[in-house]
Design a protein around this ligand. Structure first.
Ligand code: SF4
Length: 327
């Protein structure tokens, strides 16, 4: 826990999607419980990692947090503003302060727009420039900031490599001078050789601009490199949250242990010597999550109680939270 007032506070956030069927008359036949009551805070200039397998709800959580999906329930506070009560100018102020870098640098840039138009759009939307010349100057500055040449101004996205496109996505996110950025798996679509460059860029920008990140990922080795604290998500809920080294060295939840046991270790001797936990089966559907502990159908140490009772979210050591009956 830090002495600073958190920049982002999420309290019991819920995001459900109705499943509709029918051609002429649509009726709801189910509910996808993508995010089902998650809570955390992020301090200024901190990076919180949000990790878990595909479909666990981490991307939905990140987007709901920014108001891209309306929350079903819960509170979100960003820089002192309650997102659920924000309208008009307050909502615009939050949107300016909170931005997103998308996973896919190929799909997230409009192929018909020049780089100048793409990066300049937030400047126009938030009325941050008063002339065309000012916009061009600011776009040039942003391109330099992300390590691209200002001469690329009038090129189109297809003329760039994946890593360069992601840098353009970063420049667009920075255009409105945000305090908080949701990095939604920003490196998972990139070649391994490029991933470290983009992570280094994000770290460098954080140091220079004092940015706060929610870093969504499924690659636990990269998360260890960039994050201060890490939250582990499983089927719509957070099952463990702790400071980075505490989580990697003393994981408590069986799911976190299983995820960490699959992370490669550079030393082949140590890698061979350690015990791997192979999880049986796939993540169950968020349409019909298991009762009790959601992890119980795959948990290697589940007991009877796990089948019925939802484990309490408890702080077991200062700053180390976990939801498991047996911890
Ligand atoms: Fe496993 Fe039970 Fe703990 Fe869930 S509560 S992680 S099923 S031991």
């Amino acid at each position: 826990m830090t002495d600073l007032q958190p920049l982002v506070i999420v309290n019991n956030l819920v995001k459900h999607f109705p499943v509709m069927r029918g051609i002429l008359i649509q009726r709801q036949v189910g509910t996808v419980r993508a995010v089902d009551g998650i809570s955390f805070f992020i301090a200024p200039s901190e990076t919180l990692g949000l990790v878990g397998e595909s479909g666990c709800g981490k991307t939905t959580a990140g987007r709901t947090l920014l108001g891209l999906y309306p929350p079903t329930d819960g509170q979100i506070t960003i820089d002192g503003h309650n997102l659920r009560k924000a309208h008009g100018p307050t909502m615009m102020a939050i949107r300016r302060k909170a931005q997103i870098i998308f996973q896919d640098p190929y799909a997230s840039l409009n192929p018909r727009w020049t780089i100048s138009a793409i990066i300049g759009e937030p400047l126009r939307v938030h009325h941050l420039i008063s002339s065309e010349a000012e916009r061009t100057d600011r776009v040039r500055e942003l391109l330099r900031l992300v390590g691209l040449s200002p001469s690329h101004l009038n090129r189109f996205p297809h003329e760039f490599s994946g890593g360069q496109r992601q840098r353009i996505g970063v420049a667009r996110a920075l255009a409105s001078d945000p305090k908080f950025i949701v990095c939604d798996e920003p490196i998972s679509a990139l070649d391994v050789s490029i991933q470290a460059q983009v992570v280094n860029l994000l770290e460098d920008l954080q140091d220079r601009l004092g940015l706060t990140y929610l870093f969504i990922a499924h690659d636990l080795s990269m998360v260890r490199h960039i994050c201060d604290r890490v939250a582990v998500m499983y089927l719509g809920v957070i099952v463990e949250l702790a400071a980075r080294d505490e989580l990697y060295e003393h994981p408590l939840h069986p799911y976190t242990k299983a995820l960490l046991s699959a992370v490669p270790i550079p030393d082949p001797k140590k890698d061979r010597a350690r015990r791997r936990t192979i999880l049986a089966g796939d993540v169950p559907s968020p349409l019909n999550p298991p009762p009790g502990c959601r992890f119980h159908p795959r948990c290697p140490i589940a007991v009877e109680k796990c089948h019925q009772d939802v484990p309490e979210w408890r702080e077991v050591i200062s700053g180390h939270w976990v939801a498991c009956h047996l911890v």
